[in-house]
Structure formats: C-alpha cells, structure tokens
Design a protein around this ligand. Sequence first.
Ligand code: RFL
Ligand code: PHB
Length: 389
Amino acid sequence: MRTQVAIIGGGPAGLLLSQLLHRRGIDSVVLERKTKEYVLGRIRAGVLEQGLIRLMEEAGCAERMHAEGFTHDGTQISYGDEMFRVDFAELTGTSVMVYGQTEVTRDLYAAREAAGGKTEFNVEDVVIHNADSAAPHVSYRVGGAARRIDCDFIAGCDGFHGISRQAIPLDVRREYEKIYPFGWLGVLSETPPVNHELIYANSPRGFALCSMRNDKLSRYYVQCSLSDSPGDWTDRAFWEELKRRIPAAQADQLVTGPSIEKSIAPLRSFVTEPMRWGRLFLCGDAAHIVPPTGAKGLNTAASDVHYLYNGLRDFYENGSSRGIDSYSENALKRVWKVERFSWWFSSLLHRYPDQSEFDLKIQIAELEFLRSNKAAQLAMAENYVGLPY
Ligand code: RFL
Ligand code: PHB
C-alpha cells in the first residue's frame, strides 16, 4: 500500500491530523494498535483550549462539540475552606470548553469513516524503516498477515508507550523527565457536578479536582499514593476523601453516587528532543507528557498537529519544506512553556512527601498572592486558556 502520510496511532492527535490532511486532499493511513471501542473507552481529558476548538472546526468536526460542549469563563481555586475565582474572560477575553476527549475522538472517528478514511485497527509489530531517507516505509502485522505502507512522511502519534520515539537513534534523542511522587485517582459518576465551574483544591490531605462532562456527569480526582490501586478505594472511601479536601460549603452540596469508572494515573513531566528525525515527526504524548493539572496534554497534542499539518500543507501545496524543517523547533518552544505551567500549577496544589513546614507556608503565600494579584492571575489565565499558536 502507498500513502502520502503514514500515521501511527489512532488517538486524538493521529485522527485530527488525518482528518485535517484529508480536507486538503492529502492522503493518509492511520494504524491503531487497539480497537476503536478500546480507544473510546478511555476516560481522559475534559477541557479544550480555543486552538483545539479551531482545529476541530477546520477539520469539519465541530458541530456536536458546539452543541453539547460547555463554555467556561473561569475556574475556582480553593485552599482549606477558602476559595477564589480566576476569571479567564475578564482577564484574557477568552474561555475554555468542557467537552470530553472521548467525544472529540468519537467525532473524529465518525468524520474519518464518513470520508472513507483508511484506519487499520489491531495492528501489531509496527516498525518504522528508513525514516532518514527520502523513501520511508512502515511494516506491521494484522491478523497474522504482514503488511507494508510506503509513504512520503511518518507521523508518530502513538502516545507515550508507542514505538515511534524509539525509532530516533539514541545519539540523536535527548529525554528530559520528572516523575511526581503521587498519582491521581479519578472517578466518573452519573451525578450533577458540585459546581458549575471546575474547582482545583489544595488541602492538607492533598490535591482534589472537581470537574465534569455535562450537567449529569461528574468527573472528580483526588491525589493518591503511587502504591494505591483503584480496587483499594471503595466509592464510599473516595467520596469521604473528596469531601475532606474541598471547602465545607461545597462538600455539603456534593451529590454522590456509584462510580461508573475509576482509574489511577501517575503524574509525569517528559519531553523528548528533537521531535523530528528525517521524515519522522513525533506528535502529542509520543513526544511529551505533562501532569494533568492545568488540562494541557490533549491541547498540546493539538498544537503539535497544527504545526505539522501546516508544514505538510506547505510542502504539498507550495513545494516548500520551511514548515516541516521548523516543526521541531516551533513545537518544542511551545511545549516547554506548557511543561513549565503544568509543573508550576502541580507544585502549587499538591502535597509532596518531602515538603517542610516552610514549603507549606510558601505554597499558601503563593495561593494568597494569586488570589489578590491581577498580574499573577493574568499569567495563570493566559496559560490556562492556552498560549497562542
Ligand atoms: P494517545 O491518546 O495516547 O493516543 C495514542 C494512540 O496510539 C496507539 N498506539 C499505537 N498504535 C499503533 N502502533 C503502536 N505501536 C502503538 N502504540 C500506541 C494507542 O493505542 C493510542 O490509541 O495520545 P495522543 O493522541 O497524543 O493524545 C494525547 C492525550 O490523550 C493526552 O495528552 C491527554 O489525555 C492528557 N490529559 C488531559 N489533556 C488535556 O488537554 N486536558 C485534560 O483535561 C486532560 N486530562 C489527561 C487528563 C490524561 C489523563 N490520563 C489518564 C493520563 C486526565 C487524565 C486522568
Ligand atoms: C477532567 O475533566 O478530566 C480534567 C479537567 C481538568 C484537568 C484535568 C482533568 O486539569
């Protein structure tokens, strides 16, 4: 088989790239290790920046998002029983949208299917060949049969555990990593959200987050130990712990119910450089990971897709390689700013095992500074709604 762009990974980055390219008449094939049902079963991001909203529009996939997504003009931040609001609309003139990654992915799959796009599921043993030559190809197996795709370019959109990053030789690749000494236990429940905006909560017992998918579906998280497993947490234990970490006024109003999903995610900051090697381009979680505090993972995957899509367009439409040549540099400049924000926001809100009494006082001082200082709020808001691209 031959295509212009072979895309490894059928998560949001790979699908969005494929659909954007299709709209410009550029052919691609998506290779996904799992089934569509599996990909759509993963509960992940919930907050979209304007940049991703615009890309969904450009991809022709924004109708349901605009009908069902919720615009959020601000967020709440609490510490103990204190709570304050950062008003994104007033500070930056823009907002974010609450619309789940699951729904984004569902809309993208629907668009690829309607357009007759080629997606191979259940692929195994994907190997990238000759990425540093003018004629790369990808080999893989599906149902035991060996297959091969010849292409002009390869987009490595296969997430943190994918194979694309490993195809860049070790003497070229540099990796930067920070592992956090805790995880997030997340619960999805068919209950009305405790608040109409998100609450990011710093508490002496650890971080908590009150989020949502819609007015009948809530998503909550509590900071937990890395040695915990979801089975260690009964629903009752989860709700009790969440109530202890948010202000009493909100805890009193919390509607609890059975969890319909419960999972633990470790927290990590990670960047690989460069994001391009020859004709291979890394996109999204394949190249970088942020801790979820600040909701930046999916959104940063989208900004990579923006740079790569425009570079490939420039190549096919104008015969220029300027965009693809500057892809890694441009994407990484923004990635590092997002890494900084996600690291900072995580540091502000979590309990760390080695925190001293001094460190705790500094954390509260920083929260009170943020509460009272418009310049600090503006810096936070600009990052939260998404740095421009
Ligand atoms: P994905 O979603 O991991 O998709 C990669 C796909 O590649 C497939 N794959 C392979 N396919 C073929 N061959 C191989 N060898 C392959 N290896 C892997 C995988 O099966 C998968 O389908 O990466 P992508 O597309 O880069 O998207 C990134 C986002 O999924 C991720 O950054 C976000 O979910 C992170 N994230 C959040 N991001 C936000 O912007 N806002 C949020 O509110 C937010 N909340 C979150 C999050 C991540 C979380 N977890 C579970 C880590 C909340 C949580 C709890
Ligand atoms: C979510 O709703 O899953 C969510 C929202 C905000 C975050 C992380 C996750 O910072």
